[in-house]
Design a protein around this ligand. Sequence first.
Ligand code: KG4
Ligand code: ZN
Length: 415
Amino acid sequence: MSPVTEILHGETMARYLSNLSKIAVGRERVSLSTMVKYPRVVLGIETSCDDTGAAVVDENGTILGEALHCQKDIHLKSGGIIPTVAQQLHRDNINKVVDQAIHASGISPDELSAIATTVKPGLGLCLGVGLSYSLELVNKYHKPFIPIHHMEAHALTVRLLHPVEFPFLVLLISGGHCILAVVSGVSEFMMLGQSLDEAPGDTLDKVARRLSLINHPECSAMSGGEAIEHLALQGDRMICKLKIPMSHHRDCNFSFAGLRNQVNKVIEQKEAEEGICKGQLLTCVADIAAAVQHTVAHHLAQRTQRAIYFCKKEGLLPTERACLVASGGVASNRSIRRVLQTVTDKSDMTLLCPPPMLCTDNGVMIAWNGIEKLRTGVDVLHNVDGASYEPRASLGTDISKLVRKAAIKVPPIKI
Ligand code: KG4
Ligand code: ZN
């Protein structure tokens, strides 16, 4: 597995990542001649869902300061994200988080080259908090504003750490999205397929809730996806057989709602067998977790395999050393990464994943996307009249119909 996927524990994100990016810079990323002497610096702000994040990053990829307030514990207790609660928590924390990131960076706001903020897609109430806070800063310090697409930021995060050249294939798997796309430039995306119903992180969160994993002594503080990954290690997936979604559809779209229904039926049956009611822990939670994780991984792998074949057929990726990037919260999952690695190994491709703390939402990815846009001059606004947020936003040009029309058959994936 690529070194990018390895992570150390016990270090702050800023220290870990700036060490990592310096290693990448030293080894292969930028020669001294391309290293910028007076690098531009961007403040990034993220509030699209349940994390209030801020970071100050420079154009050499050094993370100067970062801070994150995670709302997970509160939403776990209430059984899901309540938008008004998330909005209030962003309001309560944004000032502190941004101050901490700026303070840690040792940069004064006057020295910033721009402020970059997630404006789409996400929960409208939450996006609104980040946008209005950012516009106040923009006006106060007379800085350019860079609006950021959250999924584009997930896709480009890897370039902070690794010299991934365009074009590359990306699999974005999070709590709100599941997308396969070819990335050919900072703001150039071709969408090959996406989820037709819910996202894999949402499915894992709902299954974890249905299994009452918050009552499991080892999982009470974990997100649904983390809890499923943790328990799957102790389970036997063969105990409960689940069908791989859409295996007869020769496209790159995804579906997870049917899988969740299958799992709910299994849970009901096991509850009846064990004579327990909803809310109590089944003895076979680990087996169910293992089966769900395996089925999600298999579904992701099958669609990704087809995307690779399609890209090869259409000449959309380099013929040598093409890269698959997996990012978004669900890409933190080591078992899913392993399955994706078997797919890339078979196609002579390289799998690259940001470290888990950069896969889940954070301010660093937004600041870095701001740097990428600043460098290419894309979306750098000097006048913010009319700046707004968009809860729903697609990613790039949708070519999923062409993919479906190609109807590429993929051999069965053995994992
Ligand atoms: O990217 P992210 O932080 O927020 C969105 O943009 O949605 O992703 C959050 C999702 C949650 O559904 C969470 O359960 C899932 O990522 N997740 C994981 C893991 N860690 C977080 N899923 C599987 N395995 C993990 N280790
Ligand atoms: Zn995200």
